[in-house]
Write a protein that binds this ligand. Structure first.
Ligand code: 3PY
Length: 326
């Protein structure tokens, strides 16, 4: 019965560009209220909210918001990265945190390959030239670099990194990887990936370096001046993890000086970048607005996974993708 359904606070539907079908998945199990409506009268709405369903960083589950939700049982995040959540604080309130691993991997790996190909072959620049009525010939600036047979360095061979390795195999790429833990010999052999215990070796040898690590105190600023200086001047940096993994000032410098060839970024810090940020005007940068998972099928799967997590938490059942404190 509709009246029996618990209430969930969700990100603004319109800002997420969500189609009705997606909110319908949530509405099967929850009454929903958007943050904007909630904030009109937190005292009235707060006590009934049992779940927050949120995407990436919005709305951040901050103490001021959480303190107005005495019945809250779960913060169900859409996406695998939970660096924007203060998990120790949220769990100290007796509230569970859950994410959506697995379901995001294919789309994010596709995005990484898309960025790699688009940057290597200057697809966006090519489109601009093709549609420009003033174009009379193909400029040499459109000349790209070869993907097939090149060397790909994957930093972070988790679920998404592994999917990227599988895809690169189809491009006959030599695959190097660096990870906290070495993968099994079977995992390495099935994609033909070689482990670089020292990340510097990977940086020196790769034509394309793709970042797929979680953001943590250990990975914040992982790629800075020193690391960029180790890369080949013909190399491209691709980031589908989090903007803060890269020291952006160092990246701007390396791109300006030609220390590296190009960067293709689905993530930046902040998001979006301020309009006057140098990364937005460098000719050797390709930026997308953090849309690694932004397909209908993956969004649907993420929302279903969030709802499954939230329903379990609200009913006091084990939460399938609970984020536990280490
Ligand atoms: O899964 C994540 O953490 C994402 O960033 C999705 O876009």
């Amino acid at each position: 019965m509709a009246e029996d359904k618990p209430w969930a606070l969700i990100s603004e539907v319109s800002e997420q560009g969500f189609i009705e079908e997606i909110t319908d998945i949530i509405k099967q199990h929850f009454h929903i209220i958007c943050l904007r409506d909630f904030l009109q009268n937190p005292q009235q709405h707060g006590p009934k909210i049992q779940a927050i369903l949120m995407w990436n960083t919005y709305p951040a589950a901050e103490p001021s918001l959480l303190s107005s939700l005495p019945s809250l049982k779960v913060v169900a995040n859409g996406g695998v990265g939970i660096d924007h959540l203060d998990v120790p604080y949220i769990t100290s309130l007796g509230v569970k945190v859950a994410n959506t691993p697995g379901v995001v991997s294919d789309a994010t790996a596709d995005m990484a390959m898309g960025l790699l190909l688009a940057s290597a072959r200057k697809i966006v620049e090519g489109h601009q030239i093709a549609v420009d009525p003033k174009t009379t010939s193909i400029p040499q600036s459109l000349m790209g670099v070869e993907v097939t047979g090149s060397t790909l360095g994957i930093i972070g061979l988790g679920h998404i990194g592994y999917k990227i390795a599988q895809r690169s195999k189809g491009f006959d790429m030599k695959i190097l990887y660096h990870n906290r833990h070495r993968r099994s010999v079977e995992d390495e052999q099935s994609v033909g990936a070689s482990y670089c215990e020292n990340m510097d070796d990977l940086l020196r040898e790769s034509d394309f370096v793709v970042l797929v690590v979680n953001l943590s105190p250990e990975t914040k600023g992982l790629i800075s001046h020193r690391e960029l200086s180790l890369m080949k001047p013909t190399a491209t940096l691709i980031n589908v993890s989090r903007g803060l993994v890269v020291d952006q000032d160092a990246l701007v410098k390396a791109l300006r000086s030609g220390e590296i060839r190009a960067a293709a970024l689905d993530v930046t810090h902040p998001e979006p970048l301020p309009r006057d940020h140098p990364l937005l005007s460098l000719p050797n940068v390709l930026i997308t607005p953090h849309v690694g998972t932004y397909t209908y099928a993956t969004t649907r799967r993420m929302v279903q996974c969030m709802v499954d997590n939230a329903v379990a938490a609200v009913n006091g059942l084990p939460v399938p993708n609970e984020v536990k404190l280490k």
